[in-house]
Structure formats: structure tokens, C-alpha cells
Design a protein around this ligand. Structure first.
Ligand SMILES: NC(=O)c1ccc[n+]([C@@H]2O[C@H](COP(=O)([O-])OP(=O)(O)OC[C@H]3O[C@@H](n4cnc5c(N)ncnc54)[C@H](O)[C@@H]3O)[C@@H](O)[C@H]2O)c1
Ligand SMILES: N[C@@H](CCC=O)C(=O)O
Length: 568
């Protein structure tokens, strides 16, 4: 790994000895970069060691309520605004008690960030990277706690929790470190090093970042404050109300890994209260947001309104929703369509931003695809994530339950729409919604346009001789461009469809489902209203968290003020 540090860099840069510069540049050329590889997934087969481990870990949490404080520096704070995070599959069970931060407390957290920044930003990149690589080791060591808290708090079954809270989070930590090193490796040209040496110093931003997190991925909660911190920034971690337990479990491991107090403060808070307070601070430097379009637009508008108070132009990153499609060509392989669509639409109850939500299927293939999807849906078990057979579990909360149910009711009440599988909703114990398949005669019905974020997929069946017309419909149906997939065996069709949907997704799949991106393999993010497409888990992402300083140092005394062209 790199032996170059910002501190040593500064020491060298203050020297006028060109030999030091040459040494720096040759070290930069030879420095070794951390080689991130993806975390292997554990399988949790019955009888396996990991199966026993997760069952033991779950016992620590089942039936209990964990108390979670606000954390600023080393101080734990509890306010009078006591909140409960409930198990979505058993809403009488509060899995955690936490406390909303008040505006005063949020301002105190900002002060603490700024105080910690003075030292953190100056630390060598290598030192910061080492802390987060240690955090990756600790997540692995305490894998079962991170997974168990994700299972009970966000209702993920073991498989989905493993993908998210263990594998993806560890991947984010390791790939962010690697890309931070690669990003900062660039040094500008110095064609006459005995006369002039050019260099670039990679600074964290002046001020603090607000990391505003969604409920649906523990890994995203862990990533949003951590990526800026690696690059020398300080951040407020605002967890989602429905993911406080898993996010706090990860936060504690970051601190245990050596993250100094105040670099990341853990601030559960009412969303608008948090937004209003942090965006009113002149030191607000950046927003790292993942969540819905409406929240992102609200925050962006507020930033614009407050633009005159800021010391810097804030950086804005926002990854939002989608209306992700599978477009099936008449030459498609039916097995791939059926398996991919069931998985993408119903894994984690359709609550992945990349989940399949609308399908376009040619009428020649629909009878087979329909009968196979309906028969799989009959086999899908809906239930508690603690039951190893549950493929679909409960949706996250009462608001999500009502929203998803309203789309199903709309389908039941519309003559253009037919509910052909599922449609049952039951919130008596938990927020359960059966995997639901709807057929539509109207490709522009709102159910084909709006993000539902639940286990509901709508299918539009098109005449085989109208592929191009249907492509045009699919292109303009939704304002989002997050993920999309085409299924085709015909080579020319594959090329044509890929070109036709070039701007309809940030992550595009050919003969594969629209979900399941892996850090470092399919860097993730969408365009249009799906977000700023900064591709978390990729190299450009880390560049967003640095404010580079270009330095030119000249070693020879400069005497001539006249241009050569003026000389005789
Ligand atoms: N593109 C991606 O990478 C990606 C990944 C995951 C989730 N998502 C999207 O996230 C959404 C689901 O997540 P969610 O329900 O948690 O989203 P949400 O917008 O309801 O909440 C996101 C966060 O914003 C906070 N918030 C709400 N109002 C706020 C305000 N006025 N000021 C400051 N913070 C505020 C919430 O408390 C929460 O922490 C879906 O739309 C999904 O598609 C996108
Ligand atoms: N990485 C995830 C998307 C995250 C959004 O919720 C996937 O591609 O399944």
C-alpha cells in the first residue's frame, strides 16, 4: 500500500531541493494500491457453522429492545423525544428505542465535526484507509450482529441481509479505500522539474457533510458517511428511522476500528428538522443522500434557497428511486425471464431501488411466462424473516404498507388492470403484502409510471410485430432511469434494444435481472430523476469528496519581466 502521505507530501513540498520532488514522484509511480476483491457470500445452509452462528446471534436480539443514543464525539445523548423502531413483521415488538436530536443538538454535532476536522483532514490518507480497512475486518468479525440487526429491524431474510449488511458493506469499505488511493495517485506533469515542480494535494472539503440515509440497505447507511470520511471529511450520519438499529451497530464498529470522536457523529433525527438545521449552517459543505426523489428535491431546493449563507458551494449527491423494467424480446430465453423477473420483483419485497416494477412481454411468450411466474408465486412463502423459508417478508412500515396497498386497490378497481396473482395485504401482525402480479392494457397507467417500492410488478403484453413501437412507449413512460434489463437471444435485437434504452437506465442488464449490482463490478446509480449518478462503489464517487489543491513551485530566481517576443 502507499507510503505517500499528505503530511510527508507537505514536508517535501516546502523544500526547494528538486531531489525531494523526484523522490516523491518516483514513490508515487511505484506506490502499491490496496487490491480490493469482493467479499464471498456465506450460504447459511441448514447444519452449516454460519447457520448456527446466526441463530445464536439472533437470540441476543429476539424479544429485546436495544437502547440507542445520539452520539456526538464520545458523548451519548438522550432527549425527551423518544422514538421506537419496530420489527416490520411484528409491529408490537420495538427492536430499538432511540432519541430524536433537537436543532441545538444537531448544531452541537456540527461544531464537534468541525473541531475533529482540523486533525482528521491533515492525517495521511493511508492512516484513514487503515481505520476503514480495520472496520471491514470488524464487520466480518461481528458479521452475525450486523446481519441479525438488519434481519429484525429491516425484515430482511438471512440471504438478503448477508448480501447487504455483510458483503456489500465490506465491499464498500474496501473498494472505497482502493479508489481513494487510485484517485489521489494522479500528479500533474512537470516537464522541467529542475525549474518548476507541479503537484496536487487532495484536501477534504472545508466544512461538514450531511449523510442522509435510506432504510433499505444497511450498506448504504454505512457508505454515505464513510466515503467522505476516507477522503478527509467529517460527516453527520442521519440514519433512517426504520434502520437505526443496524446503522448503530455499524457505527459502533467504525469507532472500535479507531475512527476518532467527532469525525462521524451519529444523529437520529426527524428528517425535516435535520434538513432545516444542517442546511442552515454556513459550514454545510456537501450532501450525500440516498432516498426518494421528493426528499431529494426538497433538500436541493433548500440548498438553493440558502446559497448566500454558505462558505463554499455545497456538493450535492443524491441517489433516488426507479421504475425499473424488464423488456422481453420475442427471441428471449424464457427461463432467464421468469427467474430474473421473480427475483427482481420480489426479493426484499420489491424494496430495492433497482427492483423490477414494469414488464413488457410479447404475446407469443406471455402464456408460458405467465403460467410459470404464477406457479412460482404460489410457491413463495410470505412470512417472518426469521423463518428460513420466507422469500417475501414484511414491508418496512405502516406508511409503505398503505402506499403499496393503494396501488393494489387501484388495480382492483380499474378496468384496464387485472390482478393475476397475489393482491392480499394484511397488517394485523406485521406489514405483509403478497407478491402481486398485475396485467395492464394501458401501458401509461400510473402503475407503469410511479415508483411503488413494494412486491408489485405490472406486465404490458404487446403484439410481437410491434417491438419498436413498444420500445418507444417504454422509453417515455417513466421519469426515472435507474435500472433496466432486456431479454433477447437475437444478436441484432440485443444491439438495437441496448442502443434504444441507452438513456433509460444507469445500470443496464442484458439477459439478467435488473437488481443485484455488486460493488466494483457494476458501480451503481441512475440518471434522469433517479439521481446524480455518481456511481457508489466506483472510482468517480471518491473524487466527489475531495477538493484538490494544485501547487506550482519554482526553483529558479525569476528576473525577466519582458516577453521574449519583445526582445530584439
Ligand atoms: N438509487 C439508489 O442507489 C437508491 C438506493 C436505495 C434506496 N433508494 C431509494 O430510496 C427510497 C426509499 O428510501 P426511504 O423510504 O428511506 O426514502 P426517504 O426519502 O423517505 O428517506 C430518506 C432519508 O431522508 C430523510 N428525510 C426525509 N425528509 C427529510 C428532510 N426534509 N430533510 C432531511 N432528511 C429527510 C429520512 O428520514 C431518511 O433518513 C426509494 O425511493 C428508493 O428507490 C435509492
Ligand atoms: N445494489 C442494489 C441496489 C441498491 C438500492 O436499493 C442492487 O442492485 O440490487
Amino acid at each position: 500500500m502507499s507510503s505517500i502521505t499528505i503530511l510527508s507530501f507537505r514536508r517535501i513540498s516546502s523544500s526547494t531541493n528538486t531531489r525531494h520532488w523526484s523522490a516523491l514522484h518516483s514513490t508515487l509511480r511505484t506506490m502499491s494500491i490496496y487490491n480490493a476483491v469482493n467479499e464471498p457470500l456465506l450460504e447459511y445452509a441448514p447444519g452449516s457453522q454460519e447457520r448456527r452462528d446466526i441463530e445464536k446471534a439472533l437470540q441476543k436480539y429476539i424479544g429485546k429492545t436495544i437502547d440507542i443514543p445520539i452520539v456526538i464525539g464520545d458523548e451519548e445523548i438522550r432527549t425527551a423525544q423518544v422514538r421506537k423502531q419496530v420489527a416490520p413483521f411484528d409491529h408490537k415488538w420495538a427492536v430499538a428505542t432511540y432519541y430524536y436530536a433537537t436543532p441545538d443538538i444537531i448544531n452541537k454535532a456540527i461544531e464537534s465535526n468541525l473541531k475533529a476536522r482540523a486533525d482528521w483532514e491533515k492525517r495521511p490518507l493511508q492512516e484513514r484507509c487503515n481505520i476503514f480497512l480495520k472496520a471491514a475486518d470488524l464487520i466480518n468479525k461481528h458479521r452475525m450482529d450486523v446481519i441479525a440487526t438488519t434481519m429484525i429491524g429491516q425484515a430482511k431474510n438471512i440471504w438478503q441481509a448477508e448480501i447487504d449488511a455483510a458483503a456489500e458493506l465490506i465491499d464498500f469499505l474496501k473498494f472505497n479505500v482502493m479508489f481513494a488511493q487510485k484517485t489521489t495517485q494522479y500528479q500533474p506533469l512537470s516537464p522541467t522539474p529542475n525549474v518548476t515542480m507541479n503537484s496536487m494535494s487532495y484536501r477534504g472539503l472545508e466544512g461538514f457533510w450531511a449523510a442522509v440515509c435510506p432504510f433499505n440497505f444497511t450498506a448504504i447507511g454505512g457508505n454515505l458517511p464513510m466515503a467522505p470520511a476516507i477522503m478527509g471529511n467529517v460527516a453527520l450520519w442521519k440514519p433512517s428511522d426504520t434502520a437505526v438499529l443496524s446503522n448503530y451497530t455499524v457505527y459502533k464498529l467504525y469507532r472500535e476500528a479507531g475512527l476518532p470522536p467527532g469525525v462521524i457523529n451519529f444523529i437520529p433525527a426527524n428528517g425535516p428538522c435535520f434538513g432545516d438545521t444542517v442546511l442552515a449552517s454556513p459550514d454545510f459543505a456537501g450532501l450525500n443522500f440516498t432516498g426518494s426523489v421528493s426528499t431529494f428535491k426538497t433538500l436541493w431546493r433548500q440548498i438553493a434557497q440558502n446559497i448566500d449563507i454558505y462558505k463554499n458551494f455545497p456538493r450535492i449527491i443524491g441517489e433516488c428511486g426507479g421504475k425499473n423494467m424488464h423488456f422481453v424480446h420475442p427471441s428471449a430465453d424464457i427461463d432467464s425471464v421468469v427467474t430474473g423477473s421473480i427475483r427482481s420483483a420480489f426479493e426484499y419485497n420489491g424494496q430495492k431501488c433497482s427492483a423490477l416494477s414494469r414488464m413488457y412481454v410479447p404475446e407469443s411468450l406471455w402464456p408460458q411466462i405467465k403460467s410459470r411466474m404464477l406457479s412460482i408465486v404460489k410457491e413463495i412463502k410470505v412470512g417472518s424473516p426469521l423463518d428460513r423459508e420466507s422469500f417475501v417478508t414484511a414491508v418496512i412500515d405502516d406508511k409503505a404498507f398503505s402506499r403499496i396497498k393503494s396501488y393494489i386497490e387501484h388495480a382492483k378497481n380499474s378496468s384496464n388492470l387485472a390482478v393475476i396473482a397475489g393482491g392480499n395485504c394484511d397488517d394485523s401482525k406485521g406489514y405483509f403484502i403478497d407478491p402481486t402480479i398485475i396485467e395492464t392494457k394501458d401501458p401509461f397507467d400510473k402503475i407503469m409510471q410511479e415508483e411503488i417500492f413494494g412486491p408489485v410488478v405490472t406486465v404490458y403484453v404487446y403484439p410481437d410485430n410491434q417491438v419498436l413501437e413498444t420500445v418507444q412507449i417504454a422509453q417515455k413512460t417513466s421519469p426515472y432511469a435507474l435500472t433496466g434489463a432486456i431479454f433477447a437471444q437475437d444478436k441484432a435485437a440485443k444491439e438495437e434494444l441496448t442502443e434504444a434504452f441507452r438513456f433509460c437506465a444507469g445500470n443496464f442488464y442484458i439477459n439478467d435481472k435488473s437488481t443485484g449490482s455488486i460493488v466494483g463490478q457494476q458501480p451503481f446509480g441512475g440518471a434522469r430523476l433517479s439521481g446524480t449518478n455518481d456511481k457508489a462503489g466506483g472510482p468517480f464517487y471518491m473524487a466527489r469528496f475531495t477538493s484538490p489543491l494544485s501547487i506550482k513551485e519554482t526553483f529558479v530566481s525569476q528576473k525577466a519581466w519582458r516577453y521574449p517576443s519583445m526582445e530584439n
